[in-house]
Design a binder for this molecule. Structure first.
Ligand code: SF4
Length: 279
Protein backbone atom coordinates (compact mmCIF):
# COMPACT_ATOMS: atom_id res chain seq x y z
CA UNK A 1 0.00 0.00 0.00
CA UNK A 2 1.36 3.48 -0.85
CA UNK A 3 2.15 5.77 2.05
CA UNK A 4 -0.87 7.91 2.96
CA UNK A 5 0.27 11.49 2.53
CA UNK A 6 -2.38 13.47 0.69
CA UNK A 7 -6.00 13.73 -0.37
CA UNK A 8 -6.61 11.92 -3.64
CA UNK A 9 -8.82 12.82 -6.53
CA UNK A 10 -10.66 10.22 -8.58
CA UNK A 11 -9.96 12.23 -11.75
CA UNK A 12 -6.23 12.57 -11.15
CA UNK A 13 -5.10 9.83 -8.76
CA UNK A 14 -1.40 9.71 -9.74
CA UNK A 15 1.15 10.58 -12.42
CA UNK A 16 0.29 7.56 -14.58
CA UNK A 17 -3.33 8.21 -15.45
CA UNK A 18 -6.32 10.53 -15.25
CA UNK A 19 -10.03 10.27 -15.94
CA UNK A 20 -11.43 12.24 -18.85
CA UNK A 21 -14.65 10.25 -19.29
CA UNK A 22 -16.95 13.27 -18.94
CA UNK A 23 -15.24 15.54 -21.50
CA UNK A 24 -17.10 16.89 -23.27
CA UNK A 25 -20.21 16.68 -21.07
CA UNK A 26 -22.49 16.15 -24.09
CA UNK A 27 -21.86 12.86 -25.90
CA UNK A 28 -23.87 9.81 -27.07
CA UNK A 29 -25.13 7.36 -24.45
CA UNK A 30 -22.66 4.52 -23.92
CA UNK A 31 -19.82 6.40 -25.61
CA UNK A 32 -16.35 5.64 -24.22
CA UNK A 33 -13.15 7.20 -25.52
CA UNK A 34 -11.44 3.81 -25.58
CA UNK A 35 -13.77 2.69 -28.37
CA UNK A 36 -12.01 5.20 -30.65
CA UNK A 37 -8.62 5.25 -28.92
CA UNK A 38 -6.37 5.81 -31.96
CA UNK A 39 -8.47 8.71 -33.23
CA UNK A 40 -8.82 10.25 -29.79
CA UNK A 41 -5.08 9.94 -29.12
CA UNK A 42 -4.43 11.87 -32.32
CA UNK A 43 -6.69 14.76 -31.45
CA UNK A 44 -5.39 14.88 -27.85
CA UNK A 45 -1.88 15.42 -29.25
CA UNK A 46 -3.10 17.97 -31.79
CA UNK A 47 -5.09 19.88 -29.18
CA UNK A 48 -2.05 20.09 -26.91
CA UNK A 49 0.19 21.21 -29.78
CA UNK A 50 -2.26 23.89 -30.98
CA UNK A 51 -3.24 25.21 -27.56
CA UNK A 52 -2.41 28.87 -26.94
CA UNK A 53 -2.78 29.73 -23.22
CA UNK A 54 -2.57 33.48 -23.95
CA UNK A 55 -5.54 33.52 -26.32
CA UNK A 56 -8.94 34.81 -25.15
CA UNK A 57 -10.75 33.64 -28.27
CA UNK A 58 -14.13 31.97 -27.64
CA UNK A 59 -14.43 28.76 -29.63
CA UNK A 60 -17.50 26.53 -29.29
CA UNK A 61 -17.22 22.76 -29.06
CA UNK A 62 -18.25 21.10 -32.29
CA UNK A 63 -19.34 17.47 -32.47
CA UNK A 64 -18.43 15.18 -29.63
CA UNK A 65 -14.82 16.30 -29.22
CA UNK A 66 -13.62 19.29 -27.28
CA UNK A 67 -10.69 21.28 -28.68
CA UNK A 68 -9.51 21.97 -25.09
CA UNK A 69 -9.10 18.32 -24.10
CA UNK A 70 -5.48 17.25 -24.41
CA UNK A 71 -2.50 15.53 -22.90
CA UNK A 72 -1.36 17.45 -19.83
CA UNK A 73 2.08 15.86 -19.39
CA UNK A 74 5.11 15.59 -21.63
CA UNK A 75 4.94 11.80 -21.62
CA UNK A 76 1.39 11.79 -23.00
CA UNK A 77 0.04 9.70 -20.16
CA UNK A 78 -2.51 11.96 -18.49
CA UNK A 79 -5.42 13.65 -20.22
CA UNK A 80 -7.20 16.72 -18.97
CA UNK A 81 -8.71 20.11 -19.64
CA UNK A 82 -6.15 22.55 -21.02
CA UNK A 83 -8.37 25.43 -19.85
CA UNK A 84 -8.61 24.25 -16.25
CA UNK A 85 -7.09 26.51 -13.56
CA UNK A 86 -4.75 23.68 -12.53
CA UNK A 87 -3.12 23.91 -15.97
CA UNK A 88 -3.02 27.71 -16.06
CA UNK A 89 -1.49 28.93 -12.81
CA UNK A 90 -4.89 29.25 -11.20
CA UNK A 91 -6.60 31.06 -14.08
CA UNK A 92 -9.84 29.48 -15.19
CA UNK A 93 -9.99 29.75 -19.00
CA UNK A 94 -13.09 27.64 -19.47
CA UNK A 95 -15.05 30.74 -20.49
CA UNK A 96 -13.45 30.12 -23.91
CA UNK A 97 -15.88 27.33 -24.75
CA UNK A 98 -19.61 27.70 -25.04
CA UNK A 99 -20.59 25.66 -21.99
CA UNK A 100 -17.89 26.46 -19.48
CA UNK A 101 -20.38 26.58 -16.62
CA UNK A 102 -21.49 23.05 -17.38
CA UNK A 103 -17.83 21.95 -17.36
CA UNK A 104 -17.31 23.61 -13.99
CA UNK A 105 -20.35 21.84 -12.53
CA UNK A 106 -19.80 18.45 -14.12
CA UNK A 107 -19.17 15.58 -11.74
CA UNK A 108 -20.27 11.97 -11.56
CA UNK A 109 -21.82 9.76 -8.89
CA UNK A 110 -18.59 7.79 -8.63
CA UNK A 111 -16.61 10.95 -7.87
CA UNK A 112 -19.07 11.88 -5.11
CA UNK A 113 -18.66 8.47 -3.48
CA UNK A 114 -14.87 8.56 -3.82
CA UNK A 115 -14.72 12.07 -2.32
CA UNK A 116 -16.68 10.86 0.71
CA UNK A 117 -14.03 8.23 1.60
CA UNK A 118 -11.19 8.73 4.05
CA UNK A 119 -7.78 9.05 2.42
CA UNK A 120 -6.63 5.61 3.61
CA UNK A 121 -9.84 4.10 2.16
CA UNK A 122 -9.22 5.88 -1.15
CA UNK A 123 -5.75 4.37 -1.34
CA UNK A 124 -7.16 0.93 -0.63
CA UNK A 125 -9.64 1.18 -3.51
CA UNK A 126 -7.25 2.82 -5.95
CA UNK A 127 -5.14 -0.34 -5.87
CA UNK A 128 -7.76 -1.95 -8.09
CA UNK A 129 -6.86 0.50 -10.86
CA UNK A 130 -3.10 -0.06 -10.65
CA UNK A 131 -1.56 -0.50 -14.08
CA UNK A 132 -4.45 1.07 -16.03
CA UNK A 133 -3.72 3.82 -18.54
CA UNK A 134 -5.89 6.90 -18.93
CA UNK A 135 -8.14 5.33 -21.59
CA UNK A 136 -8.86 2.19 -19.56
CA UNK A 137 -9.15 4.16 -16.34
CA UNK A 138 -11.75 6.44 -18.01
CA UNK A 139 -13.87 3.47 -19.05
CA UNK A 140 -16.88 2.68 -16.89
CA UNK A 141 -16.92 -0.86 -18.23
CA UNK A 142 -13.18 -1.61 -17.90
CA UNK A 143 -12.14 0.27 -14.77
CA UNK A 144 -12.96 -1.95 -11.75
CA UNK A 145 -12.77 1.03 -9.42
CA UNK A 146 -15.73 2.67 -11.16
CA UNK A 147 -17.69 -0.56 -10.85
CA UNK A 148 -16.98 -0.79 -7.15
CA UNK A 149 -17.84 2.87 -6.47
CA UNK A 150 -21.37 2.15 -7.69
CA UNK A 151 -21.94 0.09 -4.51
CA UNK A 152 -21.75 3.26 -2.43
CA UNK A 153 -19.77 4.63 0.47
CA UNK A 154 -20.93 2.29 3.25
CA UNK A 155 -20.01 -0.90 1.48
CA UNK A 156 -16.65 0.46 0.37
CA UNK A 157 -15.86 1.70 3.87
CA UNK A 158 -16.82 -1.65 5.40
CA UNK A 159 -14.58 -3.61 3.06
CA UNK A 160 -11.66 -1.17 3.41
CA UNK A 161 -11.90 -1.46 7.21
CA UNK A 162 -12.06 -5.25 7.05
CA UNK A 163 -9.12 -5.51 4.66
CA UNK A 164 -7.08 -2.63 6.11
CA UNK A 165 -3.51 -2.50 4.80
CA UNK A 166 -3.90 -5.56 2.58
CA UNK A 167 -2.62 -5.27 -0.97
CA UNK A 168 -5.12 -6.39 -3.60
CA UNK A 169 -5.12 -6.57 -7.36
CA UNK A 170 -8.57 -6.67 -8.99
CA UNK A 171 -8.13 -10.38 -9.68
CA UNK A 172 -7.13 -11.13 -6.07
CA UNK A 173 -10.00 -9.01 -4.81
CA UNK A 174 -12.51 -10.99 -6.89
CA UNK A 175 -11.08 -14.23 -5.54
CA UNK A 176 -11.72 -13.00 -2.00
CA UNK A 177 -15.09 -11.43 -2.84
CA UNK A 178 -16.65 -13.55 -5.62
CA UNK A 179 -19.91 -11.64 -5.19
CA UNK A 180 -18.45 -8.80 -7.28
CA UNK A 181 -17.77 -11.03 -10.26
CA UNK A 182 -21.46 -11.89 -10.58
CA UNK A 183 -22.50 -8.91 -12.69
CA UNK A 184 -25.20 -7.67 -10.32
CA UNK A 185 -25.77 -4.00 -11.02
CA UNK A 186 -24.39 -1.94 -8.13
CA UNK A 187 -26.88 0.89 -7.88
CA UNK A 188 -29.90 -1.40 -8.36
CA UNK A 189 -28.79 -3.69 -5.56
CA UNK A 190 -26.71 -1.61 -3.13
CA UNK A 191 -29.61 -1.13 -0.70
CA UNK A 192 -30.32 -4.86 -0.37
CA UNK A 193 -26.65 -5.79 -0.11
CA UNK A 194 -25.93 -3.15 2.52
CA UNK A 195 -28.91 -4.24 4.60
CA UNK A 196 -27.97 -7.92 4.34
CA UNK A 197 -24.38 -7.17 5.36
CA UNK A 198 -25.59 -5.11 8.28
CA UNK A 199 -27.60 -8.10 9.45
CA UNK A 200 -25.29 -10.99 8.55
CA UNK A 201 -21.78 -9.55 8.25
CA UNK A 202 -19.44 -8.82 5.40
CA UNK A 203 -18.36 -12.44 5.07
CA UNK A 204 -21.50 -13.29 3.05
CA UNK A 205 -19.90 -11.55 0.05
CA UNK A 206 -17.10 -14.09 0.22
CA UNK A 207 -19.32 -17.15 -0.11
CA UNK A 208 -20.38 -18.69 -3.39
CA UNK A 209 -23.76 -19.70 -1.96
CA UNK A 210 -24.73 -16.08 -1.29
CA UNK A 211 -23.87 -15.12 -4.89
CA UNK A 212 -26.50 -17.47 -6.29
CA UNK A 213 -29.01 -16.86 -3.50
CA UNK A 214 -28.91 -13.10 -3.93
CA UNK A 215 -30.51 -13.17 -7.39
CA UNK A 216 -33.61 -14.86 -5.99
CA UNK A 217 -33.75 -12.41 -3.08
CA UNK A 218 -33.50 -9.40 -5.37
CA UNK A 219 -36.15 -10.71 -7.75
CA UNK A 220 -38.59 -11.63 -5.00
CA UNK A 221 -38.34 -8.30 -3.22
CA UNK A 222 -38.49 -6.29 -6.46
CA UNK A 223 -41.60 -8.13 -7.60
CA UNK A 224 -43.26 -7.61 -4.24
CA UNK A 225 -42.85 -3.83 -4.28
CA UNK A 226 -43.88 -3.61 -7.93
CA UNK A 227 -47.22 -5.21 -7.01
CA UNK A 228 -47.70 -2.93 -4.02
CA UNK A 229 -46.67 0.38 -5.61
CA UNK A 230 -49.50 2.68 -6.67
CA UNK A 231 -47.82 5.77 -7.98
CA UNK A 232 -49.91 8.57 -9.53
CA UNK A 233 -48.93 10.76 -12.44
CA UNK A 234 -48.72 13.85 -10.21
CA UNK A 235 -46.58 12.15 -7.53
CA UNK A 236 -42.98 13.36 -7.19
CA UNK A 237 -40.20 11.53 -8.93
CA UNK A 238 -38.78 8.87 -6.62
CA UNK A 239 -35.23 10.25 -6.73
CA UNK A 240 -36.51 13.57 -5.33
CA UNK A 241 -37.83 12.06 -2.05
CA UNK A 242 -35.88 12.70 1.14
CA UNK A 243 -35.29 9.04 1.95
CA UNK A 244 -32.23 6.80 1.97
CA UNK A 245 -30.76 7.32 -1.54
CA UNK A 246 -29.77 3.64 -1.79
CA UNK A 247 -33.38 2.68 -1.18
CA UNK A 248 -34.57 5.20 -3.76
CA UNK A 249 -32.15 3.71 -6.31
CA UNK A 250 -33.56 0.28 -5.50
CA UNK A 251 -37.15 1.51 -6.02
CA UNK A 252 -36.27 3.16 -9.30
CA UNK A 253 -33.83 0.70 -10.84
CA UNK A 254 -34.94 -2.69 -9.47
CA UNK A 255 -38.59 -1.93 -8.77
CA UNK A 256 -38.99 0.23 -11.93
CA UNK A 257 -41.00 2.71 -9.86
CA UNK A 258 -40.40 6.25 -11.07
CA UNK A 259 -43.08 8.29 -9.25
CA UNK A 260 -44.43 7.86 -5.74
CA UNK A 261 -45.51 9.94 -2.75
CA UNK A 262 -43.31 9.82 0.34
CA UNK A 263 -45.74 7.89 2.57
CA UNK A 264 -46.10 5.13 -0.02
CA UNK A 265 -42.31 4.96 -0.39
CA UNK A 266 -41.96 4.60 3.39
CA UNK A 267 -44.54 1.76 3.34
CA UNK A 268 -42.61 0.01 0.59
CA UNK A 269 -39.41 0.39 2.57
CA UNK A 270 -41.07 -1.38 5.49
CA UNK A 271 -42.13 -4.21 3.19
CA UNK A 272 -38.58 -4.58 1.88
CA UNK A 273 -37.03 -4.40 5.35
CA UNK A 274 -39.50 -7.01 6.70
CA UNK A 275 -38.73 -9.27 3.78
CA UNK A 276 -34.97 -8.96 4.40
CA UNK A 277 -35.52 -9.61 8.09
CA UNK A 278 -36.91 -13.05 7.28
CA UNK A 279 -33.86 -14.09 5.23
S1 SF4 B 1 -13.58 22.74 -21.76
FE1 SF4 B 1 -12.35 21.38 -20.51
S2 SF4 B 1 -13.81 20.48 -19.03
FE2 SF4 B 1 -15.01 21.35 -20.72
S3 SF4 B 1 -15.32 19.65 -22.16
FE3 SF4 B 1 -13.48 20.78 -22.81
S4 SF4 B 1 -11.80 19.68 -21.86
FE4 SF4 B 1 -13.66 19.08 -20.78
Amino acid sequence: MPQVTKILSLCAPDQEKSCFACCPPIRPAGYEHIQYQKTVERFLRENRACFDPSSKEIKPITGYHCWALGYIDDEYKRVGCLLHPAQNKGNDLRFRIDYGDKCRRETCEEEKVFASLETSESFFWLQLADGLDSFTYSSRTLNPLFRMLGWGRHLLQNIAAEEAQKAYSWRAFLQSYPFFSTGYKPRSNAYLVNELIHKNGLHILKTGSFCSKFEAISETVSRKIQHQAQGQADDPFVHQLDLDPYFLDFLRLSGKITKLDRDSAVSLKKIVDDELEQI
